[in-house]
Structures are given as C-alpha cells and as structure tokens.
Design a protein around this ligand. Structure first.
Ligand SMILES: Nc1ncnc2c1ncn2[C@@H]1O[C@H](COP(=O)(O)OP(=O)(O)OP(=O)(O)O)[C@@H](O)[C@H]1O
Ligand SMILES: Nc1nc2c(ncn2[C@@H]2O[C@H](COP(=O)(O)O)[C@@H](O)[C@H]2O)c(=O)[nH]1
Length: 187
C-alpha cells in the first residue's frame, strides 16, 4: 500500500510514523530527497537524501522522482522506487509529505490512502515547533502561516486524525490502515 501522512510542519508526522514502524514489519518509511540543509541531528540517507539543486534537477530530468514540490522554499521529492515498493505490495510505504505532494500522488496513484494529521490547536503546533528547536522564529512563523492553509485542505483526505496524545494517534492510524489493508488486499 501507499500511505500518505500529511499535516502541518511540527504536527508529528515523523513521530507517528516512527511508532507505526515499530508496530508492524510491513511498514517502511519512504526516505525523500531535499535541497534543504541538514539539521544538526539529521543523517543523510536516514532522515532524507540531502542533495544539491543541480542533482535534484537531474533526478527530475531522468524521471527518478514520483513527485516533487517546493515546500517552505526548498525542493522535496519522492524517489520512484519507494512508490514501486508500495505498488508491488512488498511493503506498506509511508510518505510524510505536504498537501501539494499528497494531491499529486493521489492523481497518479488513486489507490493511495491519504491521512491528514491535525494539531489539537495552532497554539499546540507552535509549542511543538518551539520545543523541537530546529527552526528559528521567522521559519516557525512561515510554517505556521502555511499550516493554516494546509488545514483548509484536510477535506481532500480519506481520513483526518487529531494528534493530541501520541499513543492514541498511533493506535487510531494503525486501526485505519489495518481496515484499509483488509479492504484493498485482503490481508
Ligand atoms: N502528540 C504529541 N504530543 C506532544 N508532542 C508531540 C506529539 N507528536 C509529536 N510531538 C513532538 O512534536 C515535535 C514535532 O514532531 P515531528 O518532528 O514528528 O513533526 P513533523 O510533522 O514530522 O514535522 P516536519 O513536517 O517539520 O518534519 C517533535 O518534537 C515531536 O516529538
Ligand atoms: N511534497 C513533498 N513534501 C515533502 C517531501 N518530503 C518531505 N516533505 C514535507 O516537507 C515539509 C518540511 O519538512 P522538513 O523536514 O523540512 O521539516 C514537511 O511538511 C514534509 O512532510 C516530499 O518528498 N514531497
């Protein structure tokens, strides 16, 4: 299966996805490419494939990306091989991507399951971004402004889940996926 988890920056897509992978060996988190600079704790090939703009453009030209978008001023894109893993039913691949990317994936692969993760409130989202401490104030403001626009688009998704208590969110999303997996591939 192809599982898209979208939602504003800082809502907890990464935290939820990491917990899902611990629950079930069928899950794999897609490692996407970006031209953003790595944060201090990020590792190339684990968190992202960090590439130059030139390499990114070359990947686009060579058809290596299933989708790409400009998010918060940087390029992000999904290597086609992760989509293929999901299409071949080898894995349930989780894509932590923004709303633009989710729409493009749904247009190309109608079978994709789209889940939108909502913060309990904008204040809680800002607090999470502040606590994470990976962006400066002006970047947090930019991401919060974009968050409001993204939340407006939540109705395009198959499911909307509020990430209040992490443990409950993971349980709710896992149940959704198990239900959809049964409907789609009978497993
Ligand atoms: N339910 C929750 N309650 C409190 N804190 C949370 C919850 N879920 C995630 N967090 C924390 O919020 C911060 C942001 O989470 P995370 O990095 O997973 O967000 P993200 O949606 O993947 O962000 P980005 O799109 O910028 O990569 C992290 O410090 C994470 O530990
Ligand atoms: N459309 C896509 N969006 C992506 C992809 N990989 C990540 N993202 C989204 O970018 C923002 C910012 O992430 P950050 O790591 O800089 O905080 C976040 O919302 C991601 O979900 C992708 O391949 N395509």
């Amino acid at each position: 299966m192809i599982i898209v988890i979208s939602g504003p920056s800082g809502v907890g897509k990464g935290a939820v996805s990491k917990e899902l992978v611990k629950l079930d060996p069928r899950f794999e988190i897609a490692i996407t490419c970006t031209t953003r600079h790595p944060r201090e704790n990020e590792i190339d090939g684990i968190d992202y494939f960090f590439v130059s703009e030139e390499s990114f453009r070359k990947m686009i030209e060579e058809g290596e990306l299933a989708e790409y978008s400009i998010v918060h001023g940087n390029l992000y894109g999904i290597p086609q091989r992760f989509v293929d893993l999901g299409l071949n039913n080898e894995k349930d691949v989780i894509f932590q991507i923004d709303v633009q990317g989710a729409k493009k994936i749904k247009n190309k692969y109608d079978e994709a399951l789209l889940i939108f993760l909502m913060p309990p409130s904008i204040e809680a989202l800002i607090e999470r971004l502040n606590k994470r401490g990976t962006e400066n104030l002006s970047e947090i403001e930019k991401r919060t402004k974009r968050a409001k626009e993204e939340i407006e688009e939540r109705y395009l998704y198959d499911y909307v889940v509020v990430n209040d208590i992490l443990e409950n969110t993971v349980k709710e999303i896992y149940e959704i996926i198990l239900k959809e997996r049964k409907l789609r591939i009978g497993l």
